[in-house]
Design a protein around this ligand. Structure first.
Ligand code: PMT
Length: 396
């Protein structure tokens, strides 16, 4: 859990600060809010106080407020200061080092990392003064996220819209953690594939995508660029992750190869169908009088084996879903597929593996010494252990 000090300044995007506080607190961060006089015109301190669970401060000299927590204590308290929305005026004040209200004074006094999420009219953004101020802040190590392009509240269209709160959360979390994977582009596959038998029936499996999505979330939190290729699942996209949805094994293969060039680490968590129907049937298969129905299946491409053969300097990690001789089969799979590591889970157990929140895995390397058991824990913790192991491999 980190301590986030959110500074809200006076623009229409201030209403999005409510959602930002809600997302940050839901992710376990402690959030305190300070507001400029302008911000109070757009959103009430009471709303942000209720959402954050802490009194909201807006005045530099308010004896009642200072007795609770002084502006210097606030500056020292923060692990990260997020200014969202950051107006042209706030950005200019920061660039000049002004301390003429609570928000600017705290920003001058804090030693925490500062993130600004600008929001303003397109012409104000493009004005040389604003551009120079943003460049000054960048030189001083202030991080910036956005703004986006789009329809602006003032009626203009163009750059100036504050990025979505989810994007600000991802950027905030990147600032909190040592970005150990900042140099890596991690390509992850997750979920099942669906192979159509006819227009209404599919051949699939029980993969929920939870394991792969946990890996994507954790990799993004550790600073990696993450591309998540997902089969049909009903999970929200982790913050800061680029997601590509696919259906069949063939589609997954095409998406993997489209992104492969760029990736430095590939993790194949997906439960890919080994077979698909040999013939594409355009009409629903009819219930015939015979008691049996034969459908001819043909083998799907083995994506893991193909990428392992072409991996070069990349680290390729496979998964193995086994029901017997778990370790021996995993070792054999590691050799046959040619990947660097294979993560094996015993899917004969109901409490781990498919469609549950927990897992228990062994990360199998080429030798017994390079093999580690990760005991029963949440898929979030399993994902962290797998990424720790990948980081070790990348270092050697
Ligand atoms: O999604 P969840 O509900 O969270 O469940 C997680 C999981 C059980 C699906 C996951 O932990 C897991 O075991 N994933 C691998 C499932 C699987 O297909 O295992 P396999 O042993 O059949 O395949 C071995 C490896 O080859 C896998 O990395 C698979 O992605 C890959 N493969 C398989 C077939 C194929 N045609 N192409 C492939 O790339």
């Amino acid at each position: 859990m980190s301590r986030v000090l959110l500074g809200v300044s006076g623009g229409i995007a201030a209403y999005k600060a409510c959602e930002l506080v809600r997302l940050l607190t839901r992710r376990g961060h402690e959030v305190r809010v300070m507001m400029t006089a302008g911000a109070v015109e757009f959103v009430t301190p009471l709303t942000l106080q209720t959402l954050s669970g802490h009194p909201v401060r807006s005045e530099l000299f308010a004896p009642g407020e200072e007795s609770q927590i002084s502006h210097i204590e606030l500056a020292d308290w923060a692990d990260v200061v997020v200014l969202a929305p950051a107006t042209a005026n706030l950005i200019a004040s920061l660039a000049q080092g002004l301390a003429n209200d609570l928000v600017t004074t705290v920003c001058l006094a804090t030693r925490a990392a500062v993130l600004v999420a600008p929001a303003m009219n397109v012409n104000m953004l493009q004005h040389p003064a604003t551009q120079a101020n943003l460049a000054t802040l960048q030189e001083r190590g202030v991080q910036r996220i956005g703004p986006d392009r789009g329809d602006l509240a003032c009626g203009w269209t163009g750059e100036g819209r504050m990025v979505d709160p989810e994007v600000i959360v991802a950027a905030t979390e990147r600032l909190m953690r040592p970005a150990v994977l900042a140099e890596e582009a991690v390509l992850i596959t997750a979920g099942p594939t669906e192979e159509p038998l006819d227009p209404v029936r599919v051949l699939s499996n029980r993969s929920s995508g939870k394991m792969g999505f946990a890996l994507a979330d954790e990799a993004a939190k550790r600073g990696a660029e993450v591309i998540l290729i997902a089969g049909p699942v009903s999970l929200p996209t982790p913050i800061g992750v680029r997601r590509i949805d696919v259906r069949t094994a063939e589609e997954m293969r095409s998406a993997v190869f489209a992104e492969f060039e760029h990736a430095t680490v590939v993790i194949k968590t997906a439960a890919v169908a080994d077979y698909r129907a040999a013939d594409t049937v355009d009409q629903k298969i009819k219930r015939e009088s015979a008691d049996t129905l034969e459908i001819k299946l043909v083998r799907n491409p083995d994506i893991l084996r193909e990428i392992s053969a072409a991996k070069g300097e990349r680290t390729v990690v496979g998964f193995a879903a086994e029901t017997e001789n778990v370790l021996a089969n995993a070792r054999d799979k590691l050799k046959r597929k040619g990947c660097d590591l294979i993560v094996v889970n015993d899917v004969s157990r109901a409490d781990i593996g498919f469609d549950v929140d927990q897992n228990e895995v062994t990360i199998v390397g080429p030798t017994a010494e390079e093999t580690t058991r990760v005991p029963l824990s949440s898929k979030v913790e399993i994902a962290a252990a797998i990424l720790d192991r990948i980081i070790q491999v990348r270092k050697t």
